[in-house]
Every structure is written in C-alpha cells, then in structure tokens.
Write a protein that binds this ligand. Structure first.
Ligand code: AMP
Ligand code: ZN
Length: 455
C-alpha cells in the first residue's frame, strides 16, 4: 500500500485515489525565460519518481505540467517586470521565441534525465480564456477588488487562507516590510494585471472584462489544473518554496470559485542546496545539465545523485558528491552487464524494494536494496528483479552505453581468478590479479561478481 506525505496534514497518509485505478497529478512547471538549473530539475526528478511508482503500483496516471510563459513577475509581491517580457527585451526577441527556446532546452534536459513526458503540457498563454473565466467567477462571488493596477483576490474573505503553510492572516497583516501598494491585505494577490504605460508596450497582452492586460501568475495553475483534472483532483506537486505563497493562492482561488476541496494530496520536493546557500537563478549560482556534461558527467549520474537523499530532505550539491554517485552508478551497470538471466524473479528483494518505494518514495533505501541484491552471492533472479526496479529508478541499468571492450585474454584470466577464489585458492587468485594488472586492467570484487577497469 502506497503511503505519501501530505503537506496539508503534515502526515504520511495511505494514498486513496478519487477514481479507482486512476490518478491525476498536476506539477508546477518552469518559467521559460532562462535555463532550468539542476536544482529545478531535482523537483522534476521527484515528480517523475512519484509517477513511476504510481504506474508500478498499477495506476493509470494522467499528469499535467504547466509552462509559464506570461505573468510571472520579478517580485512575488505582484510588482516588477514580467520575466518573459524582460528577457525578450534583453535578447531582442519575441517573448514567444524566448519561451520556445528555453522550453526546448528544458524538454531535452528532461529526456536526458529519463523524466517521462507528461500527458499534457499546458502553456499559460494558450489558456487565457479559462483564466479570465475563473477570475469572473471569483468576481461574481465577491472575492475580488480593483486597484489602479489590476484585479486582486481579497484573502481576508477566504476563510481557510493559510491552511497549507499554517500561517495566520492576522499575523501577516501586521508585517510592515512588504510594500502593500493599494492591497487591502498583505497576502492579497493579483488575478489580472493591467498593461501599464510605464512598462512600455507589452508584447503579450489580451482584452478582458477589466481592460487590456495579462493574468496574474497563480491563476494559470488553478485554471489549467481544473480544466484537465477536474475541480477536485488527487495530487499536486512542486518545490517547497511554493508552499507559502503560490500554492496557498492556488487553493484560495480554486476553492473560493468552486466551493469544493481543490487537491487531496499536496507533495513538495526539498531544495538542492549549495553549501553557502540556495541554488537559484536570482543568486546567479546555477549549473545546467549541459554544463555537467561538459565536465564529463552523464546526465543519469545526476539522476542517481538525486537518489542519495530522500525527496523531502535538502540535498547538498557538490561535484565530489556527483563524482561518487557517478562511480557507484557505473559500477552497478558493470556488474549488471555481467549477470546471466536465470528466468527467475527474486521475491524477497522485490518485496523489500516495493516497501521502500511505497513508503513515501524512499529512494535511498531502494538504491541500498539494489546494492544488497548485487552483492548477494546466493541470490537468484537478479536480472528480472533489477529490470522491475529500474522501471522506477529510470537509470537505464541495462543499457551498455560507452562500455569499454575487455580483451578476451583479460576476461579469461578474470574468470580463472573467480574460480580460484571460489575454491578458496587465495594464492592463485592473487597471482592472477597481478597478472591482470600487468596487462593494464584492474579487477574489483563486489560480492560474487567482479568488474574490470582499464588502469
Ligand atoms: P521556476 O522555473 O523558478 O518556476 O521553478 C521551477 C521549479 O523548480 C519549481 O517547482 C521550484 O519550486 C523548483 N526549484 C527552484 N529552485 C530549486 C532548487 N534549488 N532545488 C529544487 N527545486 C527547485
Ligand atoms: Zn503552479
């Protein structure tokens, strides 16, 4: 039985879908004005594992990832420039060209990391009608007010505001540091922003019942998730930075509009952090998958690196850590390449593995079970069992990739040595190891298996 941690209740809960056998998932996607860094990608590795575990458990998964190509401002307080418009100006391109370029790079990165494509990619600019309709609904129900720069959601009218992050509206009102502008409450947020003459002519703007402008950032996720998954759906994911504002606002808009519970399970991925702080676009300290490739790392080594920490725990980034992950990953692949299929499945290990993934996606434990199986001299059914595991790992453990060709004479010596070890003929085994070394190869034992590396 699958258990997942629900941010809403702060508990691990048994997962119960709304419709038997089916799951709807919405994942907050990228704002496509710049490259997604490896921190962003940690969030998508997490939601990919969730999807793979649900599929492993037999669910039919419908997942949606949005693409933010309008409305995300440089400040979370509904001020500042639209990130897409700013990038377009800087690069002298159309906003749509900027969006397409960075989306394509992102989609390639996902592919490199074996992150499965969602059933639906939903672009904010392709759903302006749905967003306007949602704001109209909220207006009719009396949740909105107008200021000189837009239409705002009045958070004091939504009884449960703050239920996800457990913050109190009264406490928030007292804070004086955030510019309030014409907002009634500090937590109020823009649903529709008017195009302003100060900003210069916008490339992306639309007519609306309130005037020419563009949707606020949070509206897109409510409008699009409900369009594709229904007014109440199963799981919503995103990075943990979204808990306090973006997801709180999504809940407020959606539940105020429909009167129904919006999402049953909220799941959040912890950040990839740098020793000196967070990895973010604003601090400029970012790394991309292509940069890792330039440094000689395979993207899937980064995927493996992600499994060294649970998704709810911060993961500290270091090249050294990635190197260790890459070594372990390569070693696992080498051992696997030498296994012979006996047609069996190892139930004991598979059970342990399933317990780990069903326990709130415990990937570090799942990886340690893979290693236990690889090191177990007597275990049978390794190949079939690992194939099943890899449907969740997504590590291509059976792909040969850039495997070194081991010359036949070296292979023969290694096999002789394995026989000598089995017969506890340690002297002979040692001599053979030295002979192999002389010929430029190094042999490493991992349980009953061994791997050969060129020196
Ligand atoms: P953005 O393109 O800024 O909207 O971010 C895309 C996704 O990446 C969001 O779900 C963020 O929560 C997530 N994210 C941003 N920075 C990090 C990080 N350092 N580690 C993990 N996830 C992150
Ligand atoms: Zn979102």
């Amino acid at each position: 039985m699958l258990k997942i941690y629900n941010t809403l209740t702060r508990k691990k809960e048994a997962f119960k879908p709304i419709n038997a056998g089916k799951v709807g998932i919405y994942t907050c996607g990228p704002t496509v004005y710049w490259y997604q860094h490896i921190g962003n990608l940690r969030s998508y590795v997490f939601s990919d594992v969730l999807k793979r575990v649900l599929r492993y458990d037999g669910y039919d998964v419908k997942d949606v990832i949005n693409v933010t190509d309008v409305g995300h401002l440089t400040s979370d307080a509904d001020t500042g420039e639209d990130k897409l418009e700013k990038a377009a100006k800087k690069e002298h391109k159309k906003a749509s060209e900027i969006a397409k370029f960075y989306f394509d790079v992102f989609a390639q990165d996902l592919e490199k990391l074996n992150i499965l494509k969602p059933k639906v990619w939903s672009w904010a600019t392709k759903h302006i009608k749905e967003q306007i309709e949602l704001v109209e609904k909220l207006e009719k129900k009396g949740y909105t007010y107008k200021t000189s720069d837009g239409i705002y959601f009045d958070t004091s009218k939504f009884k449960n505001y703050g239920k996800l992050s457990r913050k109190k509206i009264s406490g928030l009102k007292a804070g004086k540091r955030i510019a309030m502008g014409e907002k009634k409450n500090k937590t109020d947020f823009a649903l529709w922003k008017f195009s302003s003459s100060q900003e210069g002519k916008r490339q992306q703007e639309w007519n609306s019942p309130w005037g020419v402008g563009f949707p606020g950032w949070h509206v897109e996720c409510s409008a699009m998730s409900m369009k594709y998954l229904g007014e109440n759906f199963d799981i919503h994911t995103g990075g943990e930075d979204h808990i306090g504002v973006h997801h709180e606002n999504e809940i407020a808009q959606s539940e105020a509009a429909t009167g129904k519970k919006f999402v049953n399970y909220w799941m959040h991925g912890a950040f990839l952090i740098l020793k000196g702080g967070k990895m973010s676009k604003s601090t400029g300290k970012i790394l991309t998958i292509s940069e890792l490739e330039e440094k000689g790392f395979a993207p899937l080594s980064y995927r493996y690196f992600n499994f060294t920490a649970h998704y709810r725990k911060p993961l500290t980034w270091s090249l050294d850590g990635l190197e260790k992950a890459q070594d372990a990953y390569k070693r696992a692949k080498k051992i696997i390449a030498n296994l012979k299929d006996d047609g069996k499945t190892n139930k004991k290990y598979l059970d342990e593995f399933e317990k780990a993934i069903d326990d709130d996606l415990d990937m570090p434990r799942a990886i340690s079970i893979l290693w236990k199986l690889l090191r177990d001299k007597n275990a049978r059914g390794k190949i079939k069992t690992i194939k099943k595991m890899d449907s969740v790992f997504g590590l291509d453990l059976f792909e040969k990739g850039k495997k070194e060709i081991i010359p036949d004479d070296i292979k023969k010596l290694a096999e002789e040595r394995a026989k000598a070890r089995k017969g506890k003929n340690w002297d002979k085994a040692d001599k053979l190891r030295q002979e192999i070394r002389k010929r430029g190869w190094q042999i490493k034992d991992i349980g009953a298996e061994w791997v050969l590396d060129k020196i």
